[in-house]
Design a protein around this ligand. Sequence first.
Ligand code: HEM
Length: 331
Amino acid sequence: MTAVALPARVVRFPFPFPHETYRYSTNVEPAGARAVTAAGSWGDHPVDIDEYYRDELAERERILAADPSRFQALPHMDVAQWEAMTTVMRMLVDAYPDRFTLDRDGEQWRWRNHELGWDQSFAYSRADTLPDPPLRCLGRQIQEDVVLLDQREGALWGDAGLVTFAADWSLRFDVGMSFLQIHGPVPRVHEEGVIPRAQQFLMGLQPGQRYRRTNWTLTVDRRRDTATETYPDWGPDRRLLGEGPEAEVGDRLHLRVEVQHLIRLGASGAILFLIRTHLLPLVDVALVPEWAQRLHDVLVELPEDMADYKGVTRTRGPGIDWLREYAGVSV
Ligand code: HEM
């Protein structure tokens, strides 16, 4: 099979498994370089616009209208919010010069999003010149969720964010917590030193430095909002998936991959954390035989405590069975 025959969503998918088994690690690498996969590549730009741009922005607006607490910003994060917004605007212009324009004349800025037909003039740091707080304005224009981490007292603090597509966590609950506290529920990583090492690494980032990592789980249906707040809406689907016909699993069960970027902002000293969620149903994973085999092998071997934490205890069985039955993987 050649990459040309595959749909863009597969060609561009950030397949996350370099090895036959998966364990937590401080898996960071420099951002901006193209990552090649068995189907194509991803990762040319830290902010990425794809065929789901308008759909995901509309979904974010619906989620925020129903629950404004998905946006959080402690008062001391104003400076970082402005810097994050303008930094990402520049990143968008660098990545897609025909779709975005940013002009500056002293303190007066003009932002144009040609994709959405936006034309916004604003004065830097002047809240009255924007319709919403900067992070909120940014969230209307990028598919990524955003967290801003303040660095002080030898630690990182998740003090602002706009997160509508959380994989089973809650920004409202986490806001104001330290990096170590935020990762409190994750098994293994504390004893193994993964999280303290990650924090040391992040605190050493120099202005402008950009790194990235991936994380993954399984999600039933194309549901981006799997926040703790909406658990009653999506949690039961995990159980029901196993009770439905096996043939349905390929369409309903999705490999969910987060591409996360970590960027040090120069003026505020904050760390900008971008989380981009990609969902690919198993039927599409199966278009790439190497991916089907690798996902199968990872799911079979994944230790119980990690499976439990990821919330895949009930879904990995049906996923493994489907991959064996319909994707021709070898056992
Ligand atoms: C090098 C940097 C990082 C590493 C190595 C790391 C590692 C991890 C790991 C291993 C998990 C468990 C994921 C899973 O099993 O699906 C996790 C979850 C999580 N991470 Fe990170 N992470 C990093 C950066 C960040 C940053 C900057 C934030 C910003 C707030 C963050 C917020 C979270 C949250 C909210 C969860 C879910 C925790 C929960 O269950 O409540 N991570 N992280």
